[in-house]
Design a protein around this ligand. Structure first.
Ligand SMILES: O=C[C@H](O)[C@H](O)[C@H](O)COP(=O)(O)O
Length: 290
């Protein structure tokens, strides 16, 4: 049973056909070695199927045999990115190094028996694939729902190609429509109170320090910083680049979870088993639609 190119229509009620050891993958010309992890990916449905389809399609198109340094993003869609990369086989993966955006992606890389590297060893990355909290039609994104956006932005900037993968719920006309908790802002802990005050003055009176769920006190990022979540009204969110520059000017702000003009493409897994691809030049492609 051949592994399907992820571009084939796979609707969310249909179990995804699984890669087998030694099979060729979608657009990627590999020889026929077994994947590093030979266990079969489990069947998924609904939102998970949409995430997997987006991830697989993006990997098939953008993680090519000549790519040797690969950035791995964070979030719930990224495990499917790693799954598909592993399915490309040990022959192609043995010469690659994978750079994580945080603790979660580091664990994914290690568990998949892929070679772990760091951005200080590899400041230029061939391709980074990452999730997002919301993406608008101009390919601006909110990221940082998992507090990873500082490292994610470093790996996005370092990459020759940065690609977003997500399910259809993240595909939005204006940022803030679907992801309502606000723009994540990473701040140096000792500066959080004045920064929060300034964020209120910049138009987000409901901005709050993100508190931990199973710990007393605030969320602490992988970089030992705090996170402010700042919801802004639609008129401000319609110009995310201006907002980004204003927020970054606040002393104490380490990084803002607005990623503007960075992505080459965003892949959204849809409910009907197709993928919507939003390209940098404004084109919208439907892959696998019937
Ligand atoms: O900080 C977290 C990252 O920006 C994630 O990529 C983002 O929150 C999306 O995560 P998920 O795919 O789990 O919604």
């Amino acid at each position: 049973m051949p592994i399907p190119p992820a571009s084939l229509t796979l609707n969310s009620t249909q179990p995804l056909r699984q890669p087998l050891a030694g099979q060729k993958t979608g657009f990627i010309a590999t020889s026929t070695p077994p994947p590093l992890i030979s266990s079969q990916p489990k069947a998924v449905t609904g939102i998970e199927a949409a995430k997997r389809l987006a991830a697989w399609t993006a990997v098939d198109r953008h993680v090519l045999p000549e790519h040797k340094v690969i950035g791995i993003g964070s979030g719930s869609t990224v495990p499917y990115v790693v799954e598909r990369i592993v399915a490309q086989g040990s022959e192609v993966n043995k010469d690659r190094v994978f750079i994580p955006t945080g603790f979660q992606s580091k664990e994914l890389i290690v568990e998949a028996h892929l070679r772990l590297g760091d951005i200080d060893q590899y400041p230029t990355i061939d391709v980074t694939i990452d999730g997002a909290d919301e993406v608008d039609h101009n390919l601006n994104a909110i990221k940082g729902g998992g507090a990873c956006h500082l490292r994610e932005k470093v790996l996005a900037e370092a990459a020759n190609t940065w690609v977003i993968v997500a399910d259809y719920r993240k595909n939005s006309e204006v940022l803030g429509h679907n992801f309502t908790q606000g723009v994540p802002i990473e701040v140096a802990p000792f500066a959080y109170a004045p920064v929060l005050q300034n964020v209120h003055l910049l138009g987000s009176p409901k901005a709050v320090l993100r508190m931990a769920k199973a710990k007393a006190g605030p969320v602490v990022s992988d970089n030992s910083n705090f996170i402010i979540d700042a919801p802004f009204p639609e008129e401000i969110m319609r110009d995310p680049y201006t907002l980004l520059t204003r927020l970054k000017m606040l002393t104490g702000v380490v990084e803002v979870g607005l990623f503007c003009h960075m992505a080459k493409a965003a892949y959204f897994g849809d409910q009907d088993g197709s993928v919507t691809v939003q390209w940098q030049d404004g084109r919208v492609e439907k892959v696998g639609s019937e």
